[in-house]
Design a protein around this ligand. Structure first.
Ligand SMILES: Nc1ncnc2c1ncn2[C@@H]1O[C@H](COP(=O)(O)OP(=O)(O)OP(=O)(O)O)[C@@H](O)[C@H]1O
Length: 224
Protein backbone atom coordinates (compact mmCIF):
# COMPACT_ATOMS: atom_id res chain seq x y z
CA UNK A 1 0.00 0.00 0.00
CA UNK A 2 1.00 3.59 -0.60
CA UNK A 3 2.61 5.30 2.37
CA UNK A 4 1.59 8.90 2.86
CA UNK A 5 3.87 11.66 3.96
CA UNK A 6 2.06 13.54 6.64
CA UNK A 7 0.09 16.67 7.05
CA UNK A 8 -0.18 18.22 10.50
CA UNK A 9 -3.00 20.59 11.45
CA UNK A 10 -2.84 23.12 14.26
CA UNK A 11 -5.92 25.11 15.15
CA UNK A 12 -5.31 27.98 17.59
CA UNK A 13 -8.01 29.97 19.35
CA UNK A 14 -10.58 29.40 16.61
CA UNK A 15 -13.86 31.27 17.01
CA UNK A 16 -16.80 30.85 14.66
CA UNK A 17 -20.21 32.46 14.73
CA UNK A 18 -23.26 31.81 12.57
CA UNK A 19 -26.23 34.07 11.93
CA UNK A 20 -29.51 32.79 13.31
CA UNK A 21 -33.05 34.19 13.37
CA UNK A 22 -33.66 37.92 13.61
CA UNK A 23 -30.03 38.72 12.90
CA UNK A 24 -28.77 37.20 16.16
CA UNK A 25 -25.45 35.40 16.13
CA UNK A 26 -24.66 32.06 17.69
CA UNK A 27 -21.11 31.36 18.87
CA UNK A 28 -20.52 27.79 17.76
CA UNK A 29 -16.75 27.58 18.20
CA UNK A 30 -15.12 29.46 21.04
CA UNK A 31 -11.31 29.84 21.31
CA UNK A 32 -10.85 26.24 20.26
CA UNK A 33 -7.33 24.85 19.95
CA UNK A 34 -6.32 21.45 18.63
CA UNK A 35 -3.19 19.80 17.24
CA UNK A 36 -3.51 16.85 14.88
CA UNK A 37 -0.30 14.98 14.12
CA UNK A 38 0.46 13.16 10.91
CA UNK A 39 -1.24 9.71 10.80
CA UNK A 40 -3.11 10.39 14.04
CA UNK A 41 -6.74 9.24 14.28
CA UNK A 42 -9.00 11.52 16.29
CA UNK A 43 -12.70 11.34 17.04
CA UNK A 44 -14.88 14.35 17.79
CA UNK A 45 -18.13 13.65 19.60
CA UNK A 46 -20.69 16.00 21.11
CA UNK A 47 -24.37 16.77 21.37
CA UNK A 48 -26.45 17.29 18.27
CA UNK A 49 -26.14 20.90 17.14
CA UNK A 50 -22.96 21.52 19.16
CA UNK A 51 -21.03 22.46 16.00
CA UNK A 52 -19.13 19.28 15.10
CA UNK A 53 -19.78 19.46 11.34
CA UNK A 54 -18.92 23.15 11.37
CA UNK A 55 -15.64 22.40 13.14
CA UNK A 56 -14.83 19.67 10.62
CA UNK A 57 -15.42 22.13 7.75
CA UNK A 58 -13.12 24.66 9.42
CA UNK A 59 -10.37 22.06 9.95
CA UNK A 60 -10.73 20.88 6.33
CA UNK A 61 -10.36 24.40 4.96
CA UNK A 62 -13.90 24.33 3.54
CA UNK A 63 -15.16 27.17 5.72
CA UNK A 64 -13.47 30.55 6.12
CA UNK A 65 -11.67 31.10 9.40
CA UNK A 66 -13.33 34.07 11.11
CA UNK A 67 -11.00 34.33 14.09
CA UNK A 68 -7.92 32.41 15.22
CA UNK A 69 -5.58 30.46 12.97
CA UNK A 70 -5.40 27.13 11.21
CA UNK A 71 -1.83 26.15 10.38
CA UNK A 72 -1.28 23.35 7.89
CA UNK A 73 2.17 21.84 7.52
CA UNK A 74 3.46 19.19 5.18
CA UNK A 75 6.71 17.61 6.39
CA UNK A 76 7.29 20.66 8.58
CA UNK A 77 6.75 23.19 5.80
CA UNK A 78 3.76 25.50 5.93
CA UNK A 79 1.23 24.95 3.13
CA UNK A 80 -2.07 26.67 2.29
CA UNK A 81 -5.74 25.64 2.42
CA UNK A 82 -5.67 24.74 -1.24
CA UNK A 83 -2.91 22.20 -0.63
CA UNK A 84 -4.92 20.79 2.28
CA UNK A 85 -8.04 20.38 0.12
CA UNK A 86 -6.03 18.70 -2.67
CA UNK A 87 -4.64 16.14 -0.20
CA UNK A 88 -7.88 15.48 1.67
CA UNK A 89 -10.51 12.79 1.32
CA UNK A 90 -14.09 13.10 2.58
CA UNK A 91 -16.63 10.55 3.79
CA UNK A 92 -20.13 11.76 4.68
CA UNK A 93 -23.21 10.28 6.35
CA UNK A 94 -25.22 10.61 3.13
CA UNK A 95 -22.45 8.94 1.03
CA UNK A 96 -22.59 11.73 -1.65
CA UNK A 97 -22.09 9.30 -4.52
CA UNK A 98 -23.31 9.93 -8.06
CA UNK A 99 -26.39 7.69 -8.43
CA UNK A 100 -26.31 7.66 -12.24
CA UNK A 101 -22.82 6.12 -12.28
CA UNK A 102 -21.89 2.56 -11.33
CA UNK A 103 -19.56 1.74 -8.44
CA UNK A 104 -16.32 1.68 -10.42
CA UNK A 105 -16.99 4.99 -12.13
CA UNK A 106 -17.79 6.65 -8.81
CA UNK A 107 -14.42 5.51 -7.45
CA UNK A 108 -12.52 6.31 -10.66
CA UNK A 109 -14.00 9.81 -10.99
CA UNK A 110 -11.52 11.69 -8.74
CA UNK A 111 -8.65 10.10 -10.72
CA UNK A 112 -10.24 10.83 -14.10
CA UNK A 113 -10.69 14.46 -13.07
CA UNK A 114 -6.90 14.55 -12.64
CA UNK A 115 -6.41 12.69 -15.95
CA UNK A 116 -4.73 9.75 -14.22
CA UNK A 117 -4.08 7.12 -16.93
CA UNK A 118 -4.88 3.87 -15.11
CA UNK A 119 -7.89 5.28 -13.23
CA UNK A 120 -10.09 2.24 -13.86
CA UNK A 121 -7.41 -0.20 -12.67
CA UNK A 122 -6.82 1.76 -9.48
CA UNK A 123 -10.57 2.07 -8.87
CA UNK A 124 -10.98 -1.69 -9.38
CA UNK A 125 -8.18 -2.34 -6.89
CA UNK A 126 -9.86 -0.14 -4.28
CA UNK A 127 -13.21 -1.83 -4.84
CA UNK A 128 -11.42 -5.11 -4.22
CA UNK A 129 -9.86 -3.66 -1.05
CA UNK A 130 -13.33 -2.85 0.29
CA UNK A 131 -14.68 -6.27 -0.78
CA UNK A 132 -16.87 -5.07 -3.63
CA UNK A 133 -15.20 -6.41 -6.77
CA UNK A 134 -18.32 -8.41 -7.57
CA UNK A 135 -20.48 -5.25 -7.48
CA UNK A 136 -18.25 -2.94 -9.50
CA UNK A 137 -20.63 -2.51 -12.44
CA UNK A 138 -23.75 -2.07 -10.33
CA UNK A 139 -25.49 1.31 -10.38
CA UNK A 140 -25.16 2.96 -6.98
CA UNK A 141 -28.94 2.84 -6.51
CA UNK A 142 -28.81 -0.98 -6.52
CA UNK A 143 -26.33 -1.13 -3.62
CA UNK A 144 -27.21 -1.36 0.07
CA UNK A 145 -26.31 1.47 2.47
CA UNK A 146 -23.27 -0.41 3.77
CA UNK A 147 -22.08 -1.16 0.23
CA UNK A 148 -22.56 2.47 -0.77
CA UNK A 149 -20.48 3.62 2.18
CA UNK A 150 -17.74 1.14 1.22
CA UNK A 151 -17.76 2.65 -2.29
CA UNK A 152 -17.49 6.11 -0.67
CA UNK A 153 -14.52 4.91 1.40
CA UNK A 154 -12.83 3.51 -1.74
CA UNK A 155 -13.43 6.84 -3.48
CA UNK A 156 -11.99 8.77 -0.54
CA UNK A 157 -8.80 6.65 -0.45
CA UNK A 158 -8.24 6.26 -4.20
CA UNK A 159 -6.55 9.66 -4.43
CA UNK A 160 -4.10 8.62 -1.69
CA UNK A 161 -5.05 11.53 0.56
CA UNK A 162 -2.86 12.54 3.49
CA UNK A 163 -5.92 13.19 5.63
CA UNK A 164 -9.52 11.95 5.68
CA UNK A 165 -12.36 14.00 7.16
CA UNK A 166 -15.33 11.80 7.98
CA UNK A 167 -18.67 13.25 9.13
CA UNK A 168 -20.94 10.64 10.75
CA UNK A 169 -19.80 7.99 8.24
CA UNK A 170 -21.81 5.26 9.97
CA UNK A 171 -24.85 7.37 10.85
CA UNK A 172 -27.10 5.72 8.26
CA UNK A 173 -26.04 2.13 8.90
CA UNK A 174 -27.24 -0.59 11.25
CA UNK A 175 -24.97 -1.43 14.19
CA UNK A 176 -23.20 -4.42 12.65
CA UNK A 177 -22.64 -2.77 9.26
CA UNK A 178 -21.52 0.42 11.03
CA UNK A 179 -18.88 -1.57 12.92
CA UNK A 180 -17.61 -3.27 9.74
CA UNK A 181 -17.46 -0.04 7.74
CA UNK A 182 -15.76 1.83 10.59
CA UNK A 183 -13.11 -0.89 11.04
CA UNK A 184 -12.42 -0.86 7.31
CA UNK A 185 -11.87 2.89 7.29
CA UNK A 186 -9.66 2.90 10.39
CA UNK A 187 -7.58 -0.04 9.08
CA UNK A 188 -7.01 1.62 5.69
CA UNK A 189 -6.06 4.86 7.41
CA UNK A 190 -3.51 3.00 9.58
CA UNK A 191 -2.04 1.00 6.68
CA UNK A 192 -1.74 4.10 4.50
CA UNK A 193 -0.52 6.41 7.29
CA UNK A 194 -3.51 8.62 6.58
CA UNK A 195 -4.62 11.04 9.27
CA UNK A 196 -8.27 10.54 10.22
CA UNK A 197 -10.53 13.19 11.71
CA UNK A 198 -13.89 11.64 12.48
CA UNK A 199 -17.11 13.22 13.74
CA UNK A 200 -19.44 10.66 15.28
CA UNK A 201 -22.21 10.06 17.80
CA UNK A 202 -21.07 6.44 17.99
CA UNK A 203 -18.93 6.17 21.13
CA UNK A 204 -17.86 2.59 20.34
CA UNK A 205 -16.46 3.82 17.03
CA UNK A 206 -14.80 6.84 18.68
CA UNK A 207 -12.99 4.51 21.09
CA UNK A 208 -11.30 2.68 18.19
CA UNK A 209 -9.34 5.85 17.40
CA UNK A 210 -6.17 7.20 19.04
CA UNK A 211 -7.85 10.13 20.81
CA UNK A 212 -11.37 11.22 21.59
CA UNK A 213 -12.57 14.78 22.10
CA UNK A 214 -15.99 16.09 23.01
CA UNK A 215 -17.19 19.45 21.69
CA UNK A 216 -18.81 21.30 24.59
CA UNK A 217 -19.84 24.96 24.39
CA UNK A 218 -17.56 25.55 21.45
CA UNK A 219 -14.39 24.06 22.96
CA UNK A 220 -12.89 20.59 22.94
CA UNK A 221 -12.57 18.47 26.05
CA UNK A 222 -10.38 15.39 25.94
CA UNK A 223 -12.28 12.22 26.83
CA UNK A 224 -10.24 9.82 28.91
N1 LIG B 1 -24.02 28.65 8.04
C1 LIG B 1 -24.89 28.53 9.04
N2 LIG B 1 -25.85 29.46 9.24
C2 LIG B 1 -26.72 29.36 10.25
N3 LIG B 1 -26.71 28.36 11.15
C3 LIG B 1 -25.78 27.42 11.02
C4 LIG B 1 -24.82 27.43 9.96
N4 LIG B 1 -24.00 26.36 10.08
C5 LIG B 1 -24.46 25.70 11.16
N5 LIG B 1 -25.52 26.32 11.71
C6 LIG B 1 -26.23 25.91 12.95
O1 LIG B 1 -25.26 25.66 13.94
C7 LIG B 1 -25.63 24.54 14.72
C8 LIG B 1 -24.51 23.51 14.69
O2 LIG B 1 -24.49 22.87 13.41
P1 LIG B 1 -23.55 21.64 13.09
O3 LIG B 1 -24.12 20.97 11.90
O4 LIG B 1 -22.13 22.09 13.00
O5 LIG B 1 -23.74 20.75 14.41
P2 LIG B 1 -23.44 19.22 14.67
O6 LIG B 1 -22.83 19.14 16.04
O7 LIG B 1 -22.64 18.65 13.56
O8 LIG B 1 -24.90 18.63 14.66
P3 LIG B 1 -25.44 17.13 14.39
O9 LIG B 1 -24.75 16.24 15.38
O10 LIG B 1 -26.90 17.24 14.68
O11 LIG B 1 -25.15 16.80 12.96
C9 LIG B 1 -26.94 24.04 14.17
O12 LIG B 1 -27.98 24.58 14.97
C10 LIG B 1 -26.98 24.60 12.78
O13 LIG B 1 -28.29 24.83 12.34
Amino acid sequence: MHKNSGITLTASALCHQVKVNAGDTLSLINKLSLSIKSAEQIAITGASGSGKSTLLSLLAGLENIQQGTLTVEHQGISVDDNYLRQHSGFVFQQFHLLPELDAINNVALPLKLRAVKNADEQAAQWLENVGLSHRKNQPISKLSGGEQQRVAIARAFVNQPSIIFADEPTGNLDEQTAGEVASLMCDFARKNHTTLVLVTHNLALAKQLDSQYCLVQGALEKCE
